[in-house]
Design a protein around this ligand. Structure first.
Ligand SMILES: Cc1cc2nc3c(=O)[nH]c(=O)nc-3n(C[C@H](O)[C@H](O)[C@H](O)COP(=O)(O)OP(=O)(O)OC[C@H]3O[C@@H](n4cnc5c(N)ncnc54)[C@H](O)[C@@H]3O)c2cc1C
Length: 411
């Protein structure tokens, strides 16, 4: 494949142009590489995942994207408001500089910025990836019907829930996550009866483990609304997804129904199920998986885009370090460091979630009273290369003390 970007830089193949892929491209460009970004979809395209954390926005700002973010004219997120089954367990966690973004527009902005800064975009689908001991050989099925090939030392897999490398057997087996057997339904609504105190917050309504709903404002008039239930509940119900969604939302909880009464659904109902998993080894031989391509825990506290964006920076750092090293031991060390830092961040959120579902009262108390500052930091997404505070240690001790360290809600 001909090189058109940064002729002098070493080519890095990137699979996928979502937040993981475009952010990786921008970081690699800063380090003098020539990213070749292959995206199969035509942008703008719909994607779920609209609420960004403060750290995610800080990471984007560090890439110099402030103006592009402001130009999206998206709502500023003030915080996360949790409505529990028992009102005493409800609470609010403030956010710093954060946004609620319509992903079609956000992802397009990210991809266009990566290309404007020098990445080469290929309209096609990566279909084959193979390592010969030194290089990766890539086959791309182009959207115009052609086939192309590339040979590179470095590959970033940002293929999201498609999990390209995993499906191709390059990473071994995946472990099913604790929040796997649930299904999410979502759409957009207008005419929501927001309360003045809601501001532009993310609203989470929960009942039991695996049963929750969200509201995320995307503009003055449009709201993203979603519902999560166990897959079995949906299957037993035998209703079409749109009927199930509309009826179950209206029966969910008084605080949710109070806001939905009189609202109008203006989008189609989409679903995604069994989206929680993790892969043990997700960086090796110059291949780095970033974002959803190697792990996804659960969307309730909106960390997915942060993982993608922050991991991209660590992956670019590791690739740049490998470029300077000639021996395989150094490459392994840089890959291991990438996995160690990024999985440590994922573990913080996984433990936070497990504790949230198993000890809702204790969680609300910690978040609001006992370890307020620490929880603010975690909710903001300050989860990388930090020492665990007292609150996190306490949560972990409680989780480890429970009989059988079951994943997820511990059912
Ligand atoms: C119900 C639900 C709600 C969520 N809510 C939030 C939220 O509020 N906030 C938040 O931060 N996160 C949220 N998330 C998570 C968020 O959507 C993801 O974590 C995020 O999009 C991951 O980014 P990514 O770049 O890794 O993958 P993606 O955004 O999925 O991008 C992957 C891209 O790769 C392309 N691709 C795949 N395979 C190939 C191939 N072989 N060749 C070429 N291109 C390919 C795809 O077309 C796609 O564009 C939610 C997730 C779910 C399931």
């Amino acid at each position: 494949m001909g090189q058109t970007a940064s002729e002098s830089g070493e080519q890095v193949l990137i699979i996928g142009g979502g937040p993981a892929g475009s952010t990786s491209a921008m970081h690699l460009l800063e380090r003098g590489f020539a990213p070749l970004l292959v995206e199969s979809d035509t942008f703008p395209r719909f994607h779920i995942g609209e609420s960004l954390t403060t750290e995610c926005v800080d990471a984007l700002n560090r890439l110099g994207l402030q103006e592009q973010l402001i130009a999206l004219r998206a709502p500023r997120k003030q915080g996360v408001r949790i409505f529990a089954k028992h009102p005493e367990n409800s609470f609010f966690v403030g956010a710093g500089d954060a946004w609620q973004v319509e992903r079609a527009r956000f992802d397009l902005m990210m991809l266009e910025t990566a290309v404007a800064r020098g990445a080469t975009r290929v309209h096609g689908k990566v279909t084959h990836l193979e390592h010969d001991g030194q290089h990766w050989h890539v086959t791309i099925s182009l959207n115009d019907g052609g086939i192309d090939h590339a040979t590179t030392r470095f590959v970033i897999d940002g293929s999201g829930q498609n999990r390209f490398s995993l499906r191709k057997g390059l990473l071994g087996e995946a472990t099913e996550g604790g929040y796997s057997r649930q299904v999410a339904f979502f759409s957009q609504f207008e005419n929501i009866a927001s309360k003045p105190e809601d501001a532009f917050d993310t609203l989470i309504f929960h009942r039991e483990c695996h049963e929750w709903a969200w509201m995320i404002p995307l503009s003055e008039t449009v709201m993203s609304v979603g519902l999560v239930v166990p897959v079995t509940t949906f299957k037993e119900n035998k209703q079409p997804p749109d009927v199930f969604f509309d009826t179950h939302l209206m029966e969910f909880s008084a605080s949710l129904v109070g806001r939905l009464t009189g609202a109008r659904r203006v989008g189609k109902v989409r679903t995604i199920s069994n989206y929680s998993y993790r892969v043990e080894t997700y960086a090796k031989n110059g291949l780095f998986c970033v974002g959803d391509s190697h792990a996804f825990i659960d969307p309730i506290f909106s960390f997915g885009v942060e993982f993608a964006v922050c991991e991209a920076a660590y992956a670019a750092e590791a690739i740049a370090a490998c470029r300077e090293a000639s021996d395989t031991a150094s490459w392994r060390r840089h890959a291991d460091r990438y996995m160690q830092v990024t999985s440590q961040g994922q573990r913080v959120i996984e433990d936070l979630l497990d504790y949230f579902w198993r000890h809702p009262w204790g969680f609300a108390n910690m978040a609001h009273v006992r370890h307020r500052e620490e929880f603010l930091e975690i909710f903001a997404g300050r989860i990388y290369e930090t020492q665990p505070g007292e609150g996190l240690k306490r949560m972990r001790a409680t989780l480890q003390g429970a009989t059988a360290k079951a994943v997820g809600c511990g059912r």
